[in-house]
Ligand binder design. Structure first.
Ligand SMILES: Nc1ncnc2c1ncn2[C@@H]1O[C@H](COP(=O)(O)OP(=O)(O)O)[C@@H](O)[C@H]1O
Ligand SMILES: [Mg+2]
Length: 317
């Protein structure tokens, strides 16, 4: 299976001028993307995450052909997006959470009609796709509302529909859940999961919200200062870096905190205790056996580290 997205040793440098003294202006370079290589297979859903200023949006802009790389090669669906912008545009959908592609003063439905012309979608095809998207995203009640009057959550659902009306096999999302409340975030996530599953749409998702990634992505790429510093599954990255787990034990009766070397009791609530342990100190089975030797145990559960903590740890290295 040939990759549908390919970046090879891609860099993007911006020349920035700033004042240095009264008349002099100094030029310096910002290495927004320094050296990024990765490929994405068709149908994958990949999280592209990293701290502010890491180079995520710049990468997306090179992938959609609005920025030319300073170095390296970018291919989307087999083509160089900066040289074949129109051909690539028909194969991709794009959502920038911080920007709209909808016409601000027009009712949502009019933006959709305009997009049909932009992408030259046959009328019957457009009507069918639109009906499906309106249904899945629950757009019916505000199709006639001017975009500027929509809530952020409503607008974001509109953006997703707009990005997918020409049925592109690839979707680039840059912070699609930014600023949304929990319910709106959940609506976006379940739509994306559905789209990926049902239409096989390849998704590259940049986000600050690691719940998005945990819920949706088979794979995450972590970028920092213009370079990919991690590439793996959410579980794989957790297993590698999440060295501490928590054992939750329900004892038959309340007890003072159990004393076991290499396990720290974080909390006691009646007969329940939370014990944090390091993978080098204990296996879960070993720790359960130690607790059971001290007191009768009714039930146990293991809490894995949150991806948030793991990622914070990786940034902190
Ligand atoms: N057009 C530009 N001109 C100058 N610097 C830019 C430009 N776009 C981005 N940058 C800089 O490049 C770096 C990466 O930005 P960006 O890709 O937007 O990061 P992210 O999306 O990960 O927050 C930042 O330091 C940003 O200030
Ligand atoms: Mg960004």
């Amino acid at each position: 299976m040939a990759p549908i997205i390919e970046l090879e040793r891609v860099a993007k440098t911006f020349a920035v001028r700033h004042r240095a003294g009264r008349l002099r202006r100094q030029r310096h370079e910002v290495h927004a993307v320094d050296d990024v290589s990765f490929t994405v297979d068709p149908g994958a859903m990949v999280g592209y995450i990293g701290p502010n200023g890491a180079g995520k949006s710049t990468t997306v802009k090179m992938l959609i052909g609005i920025l030319l790389p300073s170095r390296g090669t970018v291919r989307v669906d087999g083509r160089d997006p900066s040289r074949h912008r129109i051909a690539v545009a028909s194969r991709i959908g794009v959502v920038f959470g911080q920007r709209t592609q909808l016409w601000w003063d027009l009712p949502l439905i009019d933006s959709f009609a305009l997009l049909r012309h932009v992408f030259r979608v046959p009328a019957a095809r457009h009507a069918a796709t639109l009906a499906t998207l309106v249904d899945l995203l629950g757009l019916g009640p505000f199709l006639a509302t001017p975009v500027r009057q929509l809530s952020l959550g409503q607008r974001m659902r509109g953006e997703l529909a707009a990005a997918l009306l020409h049925e592109p096999p690839i979707l680039f999302l840059d912070e699609p859940t930014i600023g949304l409340d929990l319910v709106a975030k959940e609506a976006v996530r379940s739509f994306l999961a559905h789209r990926n599953r049902e239409a096989g749409t390849t998704v590259l998702l940049t986000t600050h919200d690691l719940v998005d990634v945990e819920r949706l992505c088979d794979r995450i790429l972590i970028i920092d200062r213009g370079r990919v510093i991690e590439d793996g599954t959410v579980d794989g990255i957790k297993a590698r870096y999440g060295t501490e787990r928590t054992l939750v034990v329900d004892l038959e009766a309340p007890l003072p905190p159990v004393a076991i070397e290499g396990a720290a009791v974080l909390r006691v609530e009646g007969p329940r205790q939370w014990l944090r342990f390091h993978r080098d100190a204990h296996t879960a089975a070993d720790l359960i056996a130690r607790v059971a030797a001290l007191a009768p145990v009714r039930d146990v559960a293991i809490e894995e580290p949150a991806i948030e903590d793991v990622v914070r740890h990786i940034y902190g290295r």
